[in-house]
Write a protein that binds this ligand. Structure first.
Ligand SMILES: CC(C)(COP(=O)(O)OP(=O)(O)OC[C@H]1O[C@@H](n2cnc3c(N)ncnc32)[C@H](O)[C@@H]1OP(=O)(O)O)[C@@H](O)C(=O)NCCC(=O)NCCS
Length: 143
């Protein structure tokens, strides 16, 4: 049974490991630590007992929320865990007064684009050459 909890100092290494494995411009341990120390930022972990299978993070700025990343370990994808993480971030954003939420996603990242679209995000605009691998879409959802 998967549980969701807030990340803390003891989770830095695992988050950085998942970043390294699955994200094109990964956060270092130092950046993860800084993010956890930032009172506007929150990272939720997807856990199976002691095992961290993924996470989702966001930052609140006034009435706007920004998703940092959602990552699910490749061994457990397509089981709804990415959706669980995203729904937790949406709930957090609403509870903290956000009226809209943004994120960036690679234009060829079909899994993430489908995940976000199925939760009501729509493409707002494109950032050209944002990633080494190409353009990024900025997606937005009203809350
Ligand atoms: C994107 C990611 C988080 C999805 O995690 P997940 O646990 O597999 O997602 P879910 O099982 O909740 O899937 C939700 C929906 O997303 C879409 N989706 C997920 N994986 C997909 C794939 N490989 N191809 C197409 N659509 C996909 C589907 O619409 C899916 O709904 P369905 O299973 O009912 O068809 C995961 O693929 C991942 O970690 N990717 C690498 C990191 C990354 O790129 N993160 C996004 C950065 S912006």
């Amino acid at each position: 049974m998967i549980q969701i909890r807030k990340a803390g100092e003891g989770d830095v290494a695992r988050i950085a490991e998942l970043e390294q494995k699955y994200i094109e411009c990964p956060w270092s341990e130092a950046v993860v630590r800084q993010t956890l120390a930032d009172e506007l930022s929150t990272i939720y972990l997807l856990c199976d007992h002691e095992t961290i299978l993924g996470y989702g993070g966001l930052k609140m700025v006034l009435d706007t929320a920004e998703v940092y990343n959602i990552v699910v370990d490749e061994t457990v994808r397509r089981r709804g865990y990415g959706s669980m993480a995203l729904e937790k971030l949406l709930e957090h954003a609403i509870e903290n007064g956000a009226r809209e939420i943004f994120l960036e996603v690679g234009e060829h990242n079909e899994a993430a684009l489908n995940l976000y679209t199925s939760h009501g995000f729509r493409i707002s605009h494109m950032r050209k050459n944002y990633y080494k691998s190409g353009n990024a879409y900025i997606m937005r959802k009203e809350l």
